[in-house]
Design a protein around this ligand. Sequence first.
Ligand code: HXC
Ligand code: NAP
Length: 264
Amino acid sequence: MTGFDSRALAGKSAFVAGGTSGINLEIALMFAEQGAKVAVLSRSEEKVKSAVAQLEQNGGPALGFAADVRDYPAVEKAIHGAAEAFGPLDIVVSGAAGNFLCAACKMSPNAFKSVVDIDLLGTFNVLRSAYDVVRKPGAAMINISAPQSTEPHWGQAHVSAAKAGVDMLTRSLALEWGPEGIRVNAIVPGPTEGTEGMARLAPTAEIRTFIEGMVPLRRFGTKREIANLAVFLAGPGAAYMTGAILYCDGGQVLVGSRPKPPGM
Ligand code: HXC
Ligand code: NAP
């Protein structure tokens, strides 16, 4: 169930950084189903190959690049390569992220830096290099944020700091690039079923039940529910939206910061 006319993104070209697994792969697959040409980037050659094969099955054509979002020249080469192959990019998603549970008092400076560099510097690298090759006017950029950007969670100081930066980068670039017809928005997924993120943050049935109890809709979301919002933001229905931080979280943000989870 998509809620969209089929092929709402026909003829568009899209680049999804971190698009080889989880939520971002679902977004890439749904873009392909809706008629877009899609390029994905992540570190693992194997994951890139598998994602490209799935994208080709979902519509194609597709391209893949193995690179680290912390490496600006490599990101630039990939994004410019995608634009050479597909034409000016209409849609750019920045969703690469790293996460682990770790109390701040036990975290090394390099652990903190790793997550900030992947999530925040990586998002700057993706959007900055895409700026040169996106369609102007008309491009849609979408960052993937997290509930931790506004609510502190136990063991998530690194992620909160990084994703709060992603939210403000979204608003800053929306302001600067709006006059050229580039829209920049962010999605805040809530806890999402079948993802690496929840495998790391809800490793036991007890913690999962605890998190579900903090969500007004009392369940985890699905990857497709997040991808639906990405398709909307990428398409003409969102033509007057920029600088928005949109929650797709079953209402979790209404509840505020979580108490210390069991076992932490
Ligand atoms: C404490 C840890 C750690 C852990 C790594 N480190 N794992 N510290 N607890 N569990 C420390 C290391 O000791 C090292 O510090 C530093 O972090 C860098 O580690 P590397 O392994 O060298 O880094 P790197 O290879 O760049 O890997 C990055 C990573 C890794 C974030 C550590 O887990 C990764 O690649 N993750 C990508 C996949 C992922 O996390 N997906 C989930 C996204 S979900 P020292 O000091 O020893 O050098 C998400 C959800 C948000 O973001 C919201 C959900 C609601
Ligand atoms: P995931 O499957 O681990 O996805 C992360 C993606 O980013 C993978 O494709 C990974 O591939 C890539 N990546 C990681 N580090 C990278 C780097 N340094 N350079 C390039 N690519 C890198 O995680 P997910 O749980 O679906 O999360 C996806 C997004 O949603 C993230 O932005 C996350 O913060 C956000 N989010 C998730 C949840 C949730 O419930 N899961 C909730 C809120 C927000 P490689 O390993 O090949 O690099």
